[in-house]
Design a binder for this molecule. Sequence first.
Ligand code: TRP
Length: 452
Amino acid sequence: MSEHRTERGNWNSKLGFVLAAAGSAVGLGNIWGFPTQVAENGGASFILIYLICCLIVGLPVMIAEFAIGRNTRRNPVGAFKKLGNGWFPPLIGLWGVMCGVMILSFYLVVAGWTFGFVFGEIFYFTGLTGASEWVADLGNGFKNAIFTILFMIATIAIITGGVSNGIERATKTMMPILIAVLIIMIVYVFTLRGSMDGLRLYLLPDFSVVNTSLVFAALGQAFFSLSLGMGALLTYGSYLKKNQNIVESATYVTLADVGIAFLAGLLIIPAMFVAQYSGITIMDEDGRLFASTTLVFDVLPNLFKSMGGFFGLLFGASFFVLLSMAALTSTISLLEVPVSYLIDEHQVSRKKASIGIGGLVMLFAVIISFNINLIDVLATIFNNVGLPLGGLMLCTFLAWFWKSEKAMDEIRHGFEDMDNTLFPKIWPVFVTYICPLLIALVLITTLYNLIR
Ligand code: TRP
């Protein structure tokens, strides 16, 4: 077997890798999904449980993905094929590639909405009300398709650029802007009337709402938000140099993801209460905060409108630029998985692979643009079942077939004093028992709820 090292890139810097992986993690799941879940699940107690889930399940699995990726220097299919025998291991990778293609297909439509709203805000505040209403119509398939295609073209363009010149450069530019915009917006919202009511709800935990389904919701959200379970971070890990500390990098990525989700909630929940002060409805009849599309595409745009003039425009456009950037650094990681698969396993050039598989995904995304009720169905299958199943297979494979000792030999590169730390005692217990068990519980509960 020839090694296709020439086609496979490398990260240029340690920070570049951390930002790229954090960019994959930080996405609509953080800025939209997380505040939505907090709003639905009783505020601060959800945050705490989410943090615990990220640390005890997310982080160990992320370390596992990085280790498998760097050890094999392959896409998910090639990686499992290299480490295990028989027909089953490559199937784990193939499952990941398929989840990537399918998640990307509907994620793009939502990303297209957020991108469209950048223009929607500009249209509204420059008096083009008709055009802004056109953009705001989420059910308009033709309009959805246009923005989805534009978003995909941007994604393909970055992926065609390769690992360091495409992904690393793009995320290195976008991530700092994203954090800066987020913080500026939070500071501004805090000066507005009503924000403190939101802050109170967000930060004061109500433990009476905690039950197992909340814990499982938090765990599922953690998996999606950290980009785990389908080999996206495994693929990013395959471009890692041996001198980078995997454990340290994974910790940074996890903390960045949780931190940005936390900040997004700090913006959105108070903003909702500011909106309430302006007479905008933010809760349903049962007193539950509006979530998901209503929250992002109704409540918040109404808030921007009520700010009026300059601030409304600035705020509205910035918010949707923020969402679009977060989504773009995630769509590139989703596309990189099937692209790296074609490059490694089928000797296709990066450019051909990006355009070919990108075109196919675009086709799916256009179909979904016209049938947006498919989004929920696909999200249930691939986010809620596909990712945990992938994560479960990955942990099981690592622990029982590849063995955690071998994984630790890989992790020791770049982490020379590993053996003097608690890591070799703790991590194997997590990937071998605790993570698979918890993931399996989530999976079983999800499946049970689906067929019930
Ligand atoms: N983590 C991203 C988000 O929070 C979505 C995402 C990107 C993802 N790449 C992934 C999810 C790979 C699962 C697997 O929006």
